[in-house]
Structure formats: C-alpha cells, structure tokens
Write a protein that binds this ligand. Structure first.
Ligand SMILES: Cc1cc2nc3c(=O)[nH]c(=O)nc-3n(C[C@H](O)[C@H](O)[C@H](O)COP(=O)(O)O)c2cc1C
Length: 188
C-alpha cells in the first residue's frame, strides 16, 4: 500500500490548503495517508545546530512534532506540501517544514539524501489571491524540485489562483479537477 504524507502549512483552519489536503486524502482511500496540519502541532524552526549532520540517522535534537514526523517523511512514497502564498512566497510554516528536513541531507549518498525510500513523488501546491500565476508557477515547480533532499525525484508544482477567501477553491471547478488529478498521480 502506498504511503502518502499531506502537509497543510496554512495557519487558517478551513483554508484552501486544508481543502486541498482533505480532498486528496479522501480520494486516496486505497493508500495509507497521513495528514499533517502544522497549526495543530508544536513545530519549531531549525536551530542550525547541525547535530543531524554528525550522524547518518535522520535524527534531530528537538523534541517537537516535526521531529516526530521525520519517520513519516522517510517512509512516504509521495509528499504534498500545501501552502498559501504570503508576500510572493511560501508561508513561514512551509519553509519551517522544509528546513527541518535537513536530517535527510547527506552529501556522500546518491542524490545527497539518506532516506531509505528514494524516488519519491512530491508536489508543492500554492493557493493565492493574484491572477499573475506565471511567476508563482515557476516558484512552485522550482521548490518542488528542490525537495531532492528528502528523496523527491518526481516532482510537480501547482498554483491555484484567484482564491483569496477560505474555501474559495471549492467554487472553482477547474481548480478542483486539478486537485483530483493530483491525487490520481500520487496514487499511480
Ligand atoms: C499575510 C498575507 C500575505 C499574502 N500575500 C499574498 C501574495 O503575495 N500574493 C497573493 O496572490 N496572495 C497573497 N495572500 C492571499 C493568500 O495567498 C490567499 O488568501 C490564499 O488563498 C490563502 O491560502 P489558505 O486559504 O490555504 O490559507 C496573502 C495573504 C496573507 C494573509
């Protein structure tokens, strides 16, 4: 059974990012899905102590829910990070999540990752207000590609634009169709 990790990095409950991860989760009944909503957990920024670089163990000295989630990242066949666009970039929570994957970095290993499950699929999914989605699309695609540290080699970036308010994405059929397509791709 495929293991899928879905991460909602919006501080907004019932936000568009939450609709995206919940929709994907309900589409993936045949998979083992973990939904990690950062606002519901204790999550701290990377301390840059580099203790994780001393041993090849995927360990982190912090005792919070992001450390507890490292095993789920390692074992996942696919990961989705859903974020609101804030000031032309990802949320602080999304960046925190990605920075805390430093324990997977190992320059001496193939692909510079020590994950025991390389070849993951990963999608970086942005929700935003603006209509000028070309810039954000490049950003989303590039950020997904940059997830090689956790072993992501098959990546996609998505931008869902013109959805400023909570749940606006539900009123946009084209966006919702793309969310379902994303779920299908994850399950393949
Ligand atoms: C602090 C803040 C900054 C934002 N900056 C941008 C921005 O730069 N570009 C944009 O298109 N939308 C921006 N937005 C709008 C959000 O991206 C939009 O409301 C999005 O749907 C939020 O996703 P969520 O519902 O998952 O929280 C901003 C919203 C907030 C609260």
């Amino acid at each position: 059974m495929k293991k899928i990790l879905l991460v909602d990095t919006s501080p907004r409950k019932n936000g568009n990012s939450e609709v995206i991860v919940d929709t994907i989760a309900s589409d993936l009944q045949e998979c083992e899905v973990i939904v990690f909503k950062m606002r519901e957990h204790i999550c701290n920024p990377c301390l840059a102590c580099a203790a994780c670089q001393e041993k090849d163990t995927q360990m982190c000295v912090q005792k919070d829910d992001l450390t507890a989630n490292l095993a789920a990242i390692n074992e996942a066949d696919a990961i989705v990070i859903a974020t609101p666009v804030y000031n032309q970039q990802m949320s602080a929570q999304a960046k925190m999540f990605i920075d805390r994957t430093y324990p997977f970095f190992n320059a001496e290993k193939t692909g510079k990752t020590n994950t025991s499950k390389p070849g993951k699929k990963a999608a970086f999914v942005c929700s935003c207000w603006a209509g000028d989605k070309d810039v954000y699309e490049k950003y989303a695609v590039w950020t997904a590609e940059a997830l090689w540290q956790i072993g992501a080699t098959n990546t996609r970036g998505y931008v869902f634009e013109m959805i400023p308010n909570c749940g606006d994405i539900l009123k946009n059929e084209i966006h919702m169709e793309k969310v379902h397509e994303l779920a299908q791709w994850l399950a393949e």
